[in-house]
Design a protein. Structure first.
Length: 333
């Protein structure tokens, strides 16, 4: 049962389905980076910052943006931190391009082993070139599977022996490719299952967390969803979700993924693909001091022009919200 005041997990999953359905039915689906560069650039900045910050990187958003956009190093942080972000940015750029333009080796399935190797290679090469892992042998470069045993994780999970990594990863690829067929479980929980299994396998000597989150987003964009961004502030919830997933409970991590994808749809995607006069869910126009709840109350009171659909969802337009903001300013609210 959800805590008082919070939507249930079922409601969170339903909201994701509705948002994705709206994107597909009304706006033709997820735009490519070529069609809507601004959407992807902002997602790129946010993902590269937060996914590396989860691992301890201390670059702030402004430093990440300068590095990715201009190649400019600001902030006086250790070199390895800039190289971590640069590598993650390179890998995320490739992932985003896969939305509608897969590489030549892509065989029509969601993922393949080559995808996993390539993501890790892109992500880790900048750092590895300058500061290779101290325990890495000559055959454990970025994109190569580990040839070392990994100690059990703090929660007790034991990754497989390095001799079994390739076999288990092939099984992971097969299971992941089954997501399109569905298995009676909510998609967010299926994603939590395959993400948790990737982290358990721990196929590489280093960089498994980053590679795993990149692979999660590769799966999402190939399914027509925007990427999930696990924010630094959600690190503890994310790690708890991984531990629960390892124990067979995929709900907490699935909920975190669903919330993230829905938020990205409303924050980045729908406002960009909809014209200023097109109806979109209230959440897609919420900004700053105007939260989704504030907009809903304004719509109910008749102060904001909005339409309540047969599905019970309120929708408004960017123009109508702008007019409402201006009227609030004039009234001094």
């Amino acid at each position: 049962m959800a805590p008082s005041g919070r939507p249930s997990r079922v409601a969170i999953y339903r909201r994701l389905d509705e948002a994705v359905g709206e994107l597909r039915d009304r706006f033709g689906g997820l735009p490519t980076p070529t069609e809507a560069a601004d959407i992807w650039v902002e997602l790129w900045h946010q993902e590269a910052h937060n996914s590396t910050a989860i691992e301890g990187n201390t670059l702030v958003p402004r430093e990440v943006q300068k590095l990715l956009d201009e190649g400019t190093v600001v902030g006086g942080k250790p070199l390895r931190e800039y190289l971590e972000v640069r590598g993650y940015g390179d890998a995320a750029t490739w992932v985003y391009r896969q939305a509608l333009a897969p590489d030549d080796w892509h065989d029509g399935e969601l993922v393949c082993v080559q995808d996993v190797r390539h993501v890790h290679h892109l992500c880790m090469t900048p750092l590895w070139t300058v500061e290779p892992h101290t325990h890495a042998g000559g055959d454990e470069r970025p994109g190569d599977f580990r040839r070392h045993e990994i100690a059990p994780f703090s929660a007790g999970t034991k990754p497989p022996s390095w001799t079994d990594v390739e076999h288990q990863l092939n099984g992971w690829v097969d299971a992941t490719n089954g997501l399109r067929r569905g298995a009676g479980e909510p998609l967010p929980e299926a994603l939590a299952r395959v993400h948790g299994e990737f982290e358990r396998i721990h196929p590489f000597l280093d960089g498994n967390g980053r590679a795993g989150r990149l692979m999660l987003n590769l799966i999402l964009v190939r399914l027509g969803y925007p990427p999930a961004i696990i924010y630094k502030r959600d690190r503890d919830a994310y790690l708890r979700g991984l531990r629960k997933a390892d124990a067979g409970d995929f709900g907490p991590l699935g909920e975190l993924v669903a919330r993230s994808v829905t938020a990205n749809l409303h924050r980045f995607v729908l406002p960009a693909v909809a014209g200023p006069a097109e109806l979109v869910p209230l959440a897609a126009t919420a900004r700053g001091d105007l939260s989704e709840n504030a907009l809903r109350m304004a719509a109910i009171r008749g102060r904001l022009r909005a339409v309540k659909g047969d599905d019970g969802m309120w929708r408004t337009t960017v123009d109508w919200v702008r007019q409402y903001r201006e009227s609030r300013y004039r009234r001094g609210l």
